[in-house]
Design a protein around this ligand. Structure first.
Ligand code: PGA
Length: 235
């Protein structure tokens, strides 16, 4: 089973920078990973030869919602995935809104990549378990999933995003055990567990694990040589 690699380009790239990066991507051998590229909406066209994901979407399909992007329209444009609940968006989206967005994605045949993770303060207050449980159970409440419809859960401790090092592998594995139990108790039929937060060429070897189905990469994915190092190591 190939590892999933999600490239979250965030709002890092202008048009010209995205075009240059797309040339660099073309020189990389991605054949050993299941690659999902998530450019900003304006840059989708430069990465159209890859499986594409949106970095967010709205929970309604159409209507007077200024500034929002429709999951139905994303589907029509061939976008197969959407990141939902990224910590950089959770100040706008509650767990309940994320649930509406998950439902909207599933309604439109888009596979949700649900980001979960505790903040530093929540970790210090020993609230990691309750925070993760609330995020998962609310996001997936009432979502009608089948065996052939996967949901991707990206565990990203907030304080590890854009930091100097990822969470130690043992801690990721322990947390994954807990997340799995929640998903199994909810009878979610088909899920993959990803880790995100400071995954880099220099540290990926320390967090390789059979328990981790893939990685969500932010800053390292806009640097082709860094990304190449990550991919070679995943092999
Ligand atoms: P990072 O970002 O790899 O730059 O830490 C990950 C993310 O925000 O999803």
């Amino acid at each position: 089973m190939k590892k999933i690699l999600i490239c979250n380009q965030k709002m890092y790239l202008t048009k010209d920078e995205a075009i240059n990066l797309s040339y660099d991507y073309n020189a990389i051998d991605f054949s050993n990973v299941e690659l999902i590229v998530c450019p900003n909406y304006l840059n989708f066209e430069y990465f159209s030869n890859y499986k594409l994901g949106a970095q967010n979407c709205f929970y309604e399909d159409k209507g007077s919602y200024t500034g929002e992007v429709s999951p139905y329209d994303l589907y029509l444009r061939g976008i197969k995935y959407a990141i939902l609940g990224h910590s950089e968006r959770r100040m706008y989206d509650t767990n309940e809104i994320i649930n509406l967005k998950v439902k909207a994605c599933v309604r439109n045949s888009i596979i949700p990549i649900i980001c979960i993770g505790e903040s530093k303060i929540e970790k210090e207050l020993l609230k990691t378990s309750s925070v993760l449980k609330k995020q998962i159970t609310t996001a997936l409440a009432g979502v009608d999933l089948t065996d052939d419809y996967p949901v991707l859960i990206a565990y990203e401790p907030v304080y590890k995003i854009g930091s100097s090092s990822p969470l130690p592998k043992e801690e990721i594995e322990d947390t994954f055990k807990y997340i799995k139990k929640i998903l199994d108790d909810m009878k979610i039929p088909n899920y993959k567990l990803l880790y995100g937060g400071s995954v880099k060429g220099e540290n990926i070897k320390h967090i390789l694990s059979d328990e981790i189905d893939g990685y969500l990469v932010g800053e390292s994915c806009i640097n082709a040589s860094e990304l190449n190092t990550i991919i070679k190591c995943i092999k």
